[in-house]
Design a protein around this ligand. Structure first.
Ligand code: ARG
Ligand code: ASP
Length: 712
């Protein structure tokens, strides 16, 4: 069925133009339908060079890295590149005060020095197959949802079992186009992956959270790993006897850089987009939920900032919390701005009018004519519950004292007959988490945050959409004072005392702690009043979205549609280009080392520059990594459609050679997860020449460069 869809698409795309260039996350096995457009845009290789199951192709060099990022193999010896922020956890795990690899960087000078990373795996896609017909056998549109799902599950199981007989790869089947198509994936997972090198954070995280999502950018966001295999090249658990994995293909690296307007494509694992939502849902997200979240987080961040600026210790304590809250905060701000600037909701509404007209004359009109009306109703019904959820998560549980107390909920339910073994386990876990909590806890921040958030909560949510404890509050300041004075969870000594001498008869007193009571009230409210409603409404919305997707595919057989990102391998393409974020403001497409020197500020953590980097800059010792303009290029933007999960993905030139590593987007265009606008959506990559310059000139790890295939 989808092959028919793509076939019609192919025929029509030869005569009719295509949608906006730049938009789209394409399935590699169907890339032949994009090939012509890609070549017209400048590509000099073929779809087969990118994805093939008959011979080696670029896909053999791409991996899902650590379950959340993309990585690529750049040598015959399994050498892998990804982002610094993707390798961060593993770098941190190997870091200590004596060996602070986060601060100082790390470079294995031979293979013996490479560091094993337990828990880290990389996954190769070996093959993909369209199994839509098999999975949708016996399904008809009028089936009740649960019956439909049961039949699909049964078909999936049968299909997987049949394929498993002929392969040693891991077989899985995933829905695409919101359940209108199904594809089978054959994967191979390697679990012996070792850390080879990373720059110091001053380079790998230069600009930190201040520059996050922002252009111009100067982050050397890369780290280096190596994949190991058994002597036959198969996946194996860590062993000293393992040898570097020999890929069917590794990426060649171009030293030529890219000029404005050059074709470029990104090959990787985008996690999640929602490009086919109805207008009402986009409006709700961009103009209601996101702004509330941004507002609440902004107020929290203001308080963090105030205290972080006063005290260097607090700055470090709250750095990672700040980063976590700040990443979404900045992104969603961009989503709202972008959607409104682009008139995204209005454009969706105009499309919906066309859809409705088409539906009235469609063959299966009964499936489609009420959809949009029902979307309006369902999303309106969902709205108060979405808000309730937002406040529980962003206002209630954001109070550190309350969420920390919540970790003791199970312990507070211990009874006389609870096995001692279970209690011991709880205590051991709580000891660890409480040590970590107090290390980074600063009570004055939390107090101020609590008072602010509870006031916001009371102001914004009606009484029947609030947890009980909130309705009992007469005066917030007074409540917060009592809460912090009476709860034991502000005091590490008291918590340790409890954990060291815990007896079941203490559970009751624990349960009466005001912070734990607030937690229970929040969670109880969420469980009893919100969760089931959201699940029911969403189940219905999912069914409607599947039909709406089907309708959109039938309505526009001449338009090449792409399935939303779902953490499967995709190709996305566009051009290397800057943009105009605002009238009168233009962004050039690349940055240079000059910009790092301009940003340098020894007093601001995010902008400290490594002395050795300065030295290289002063001497202009860039070797063959300089651009033809003589400067050292650091990062560049392109109109390539990317999202979370694309971090670490290779960005490649017209010949399929590596130009850089994707690591972020410009915040003005983060709406690309909902609607892509080629004028303002830009991905950001670190220039591969900067990466090599750091490895070679800064770190002196030239042996790694020698492994790579460099095209000058
Ligand atoms: N904004 C990027 C992404 O969404 C990078 C995040 C990591 N970098 C940082 N400075 N926090 O994941
Ligand atoms: N920074 C994101 C990531 O880590 C990429 C993005 O959202 O553009 O995957």
């Amino acid at each position: 069925m989808k092959n028919l869809h793509y076939l019609i698409t192919l025929i029509l795309s030869l005569t009719i133009g295509i949608a906006k260039a730049g938009e789209g996350m394409w399935i590699p096995m169907l890339l032949q339908y994009n090939e012509k457009e890609m070549q017209e845009m400048g590509m000099r290789i073929t779809a087969e060079d990118i994805y093939s199951i008959n011979h080696s192709s670029l896909k053999d060099a791409i991996v899902l890295f650590g379950g959340g990022c993309t990585g690529e193999i750049v040598s015959d010896l399994g050498l892998l590149l990804t982002n610094h922020h993707c390798g961060y956890d593993y770098i941190q795990k190997h870091s200590s005060v004596e060996h602070d690899y986060l601060t100082n960087g790390f470079w294995a000078m031979n293979r013996g020095e490479e560091l094993p990373c337990p828990g880290l795996s990389v996954i190769f896609l070996r093959e993909m197959r369209d199994v839509t017909e098999k999975i949708l056998t016996g399904i008809d549109v009028d089936m009740p949802e649960d019956e439909r799902q049961a039949k699909i599950d049964e078909n999936i199981k049968k299909t997987i079992a049949a394929v498993e007989k002929e392969t040693s790869y891991k077989v899985s089947i995933r829905p695409f186009f919101l359940g209108n198509e199904y594809y089978l994936l054959l994967n191979e997972t390697y679990t012996d992956v070792r850390l080879v090198g990373c720059p110091p954070s001053n380079i790998g995280k230069f600009g930190g959270d201040t520059d996050n999502w922002v252009w111009p950018r100067h982050t050397g966001d890369f780290s280096v790993f190596r994949v190991y295999a058994d002597k036959d090249g198969h996946p194996a658990v860590y062993s000293e006897d393992n040898i570097p994995y020999k890929p069917d293909k590794h990426l060649d690296i171009s030293l030529k850089g890219a000029d404005e307007g050059d074709f470029a494509f990104v090959f990787g694992y985008p996690a999640r987009t929602n490009e086919y939502l109805p207008a009402v849902a986009v409006d709700q997200e961009a103009n209601l939920i996101d702004p509330i979240t941004v507002d609440l987080r902004g107020k929290v961040l203001d308080i963090y900032n105030k205290y972080q600026e006063q005290d260097p210790k607090v700055r470090i304590q709250y750095a990672s919390k700040h980063a976590g809250i700040g990443n979404g905060w900045k992104k969603w701000m961009g989503v709202t701005e972008g959607i409104n600037h682009f008139h995204g909701v209005e454009k969706k509404r105009a499309f919906e009018q066309d859809f409705q007209e088409w539906a009235l004359g469609a063959r299966n009109r009964y499936m489609y004519i009420d959809l949009l009306k029902n979307f309006e109703r369902s999303y309106k019904e969902l709205e108060p519950y979405q808000l309730a959820y937002t406040y529980v998560a962003e206002a209630g549980l954001r109070i550190e004292l309350v969420s920390f107390a919540g970790r003791f909920a199970k312990l507070s339910e211990v009874a006389k007959d609870t096995p001692q073994e279970d209690i011991d386990k709880m205590i051991a876990t709580l000891k660890k988490s409480s040590e970590a909590f107090f290390k980074d806890y600063y009570e004055p921040i939390d107090r101020e945050v609590a008072a602010m958030l509870l006031k916001e909560y009371l102001k914004a949510q009606p009484a029947d959409f609030r947890p009980g404890f909130l309705n009992d509050i007469k005066d917030v300041d007074n409540y917060v004072e009592q809460l912090f004075a009476k709860s034991m969870f502000t005091d590490e000594a008291k918590v340790n005392e409890l954990l060291d001498n815990f007896r079941p008869n203490k559970a009751k007193k624990l349960a009466n702690d005001p912070a734990l009571k607030a937690y229970q009230s929040l969670i109880g409210f969420y469980r009893n009043e919100v969760y089931d409603r959201i699940s029911d409404l969403n189940a219905n919305i999912d069914r409607m979205r599947r039909l709406y997707m089907k309708g959109q595919m039938e309505m526009q057989p001449d338009k090449r549609l792409f399935p939303d990102a779902n953490f499967t391998l995709r190709v996305t393409y566009g051009k290397v280009e800057g943009f105009r974020p605002q009238d009168g403001k233009t962004y050039r497409h690349f940055t240079t080392l000059e910009g790092i020197m301009e940003k340098e500020n020894p007093d601001i953590y995010d902008y400290v520059v490594e002395p050795k980097l300065k030295d290289l800059y002063d001497k202009k010792d860039y070797g063959r990594y300089a651009d033809k303009d003589g400067t050292m290029h650091v990062a560049f933007t392109a109109s390539v459609h990317t999202t979370g999960g694309n971090s670490g993905s290779p960005i490649l030139n017209a010949d399929g050679q590596l130009l850089g590593l994707n690591f972020d987007r410009c915040w003005e265009g983060t709406m690309s997860d909902l609607i892509y606008d080629p004028d303002i959506c830009r991905n950001i990559s670190v220039d591969i020449r900067y990466v090599l310059f750091i490895i070679d000139k800064f770190a002196g790890a030239k042996h790694l460069i020698d492994e790579m295939t460099i095209v000058e």
